[in-house]
Design a protein around this ligand. Structure first.
Ligand code: 2BA
Length: 109
């Protein structure tokens, strides 16, 4: 058995949850926060048999889209003056970051 951990954007999470549950997969949704942007994202954990891993990844690819996000960061050039000038930086946030890990044991009680 494998555990798929998929970090996706909040905007895609609802559709992905629906697609996966309709496909018969069992999913847990966690509200998470990205360390870099410090903005909300969604982490889905999905336990599946090994042969279903590619199917789940296919659904994620279908639903999740890469988006550009603008963040405002202080300018390092201005730091010598002690004045920080905020300037916008464009960051591309991936459609999904997916980890597939081995499961030693899965027990339902
Ligand atoms: P965040 O950490 O908020 O990162 C959002 C986006 O900012 C990233 O998109 C990437 O394009 C950019 N970014 C992240 N760290 C950066 C840095 N040190 N310098 C410059 N740009 C940086 P993604 O790579 O698609 O990541 C989306 C979210 O997936 C991340 O949100 C984080 O929550 C998660 N993630 C990505 N890689 C991960 C990893 N190796 N381990 C754990 N979580 C990860």
């Amino acid at each position: 058995m494998k555990l798929i951990i998929a970090i996706v954007q909040d905007d895609d999470a609802g559709d992905l949850l629906e697609t996966l549950t309709e496909g018969g997969f069992e999913v847990t949704k966690l509200a998470t926060t990205g360390g870099f942007l410090k903005a909300g994202n969604t982490t889905l954990i999905i336990g599946v048999e090994e042969e279903s891993v590619d199917k789940v990844i296919g659904h994620i690819e279908e639903v999740c889209k890469t988006r550009k996000q603008i963040i405002t960061t202080p300018s390092s050039v201005a730091s010598s003056t002690g004045v920080y000038m905020p300037y916008p930086v464009e960051v591309e946030v991936g459609g999904a970051n997916i980890f597939v890990v081995d499961v030693d044991k899965f027990i339902k009680i």
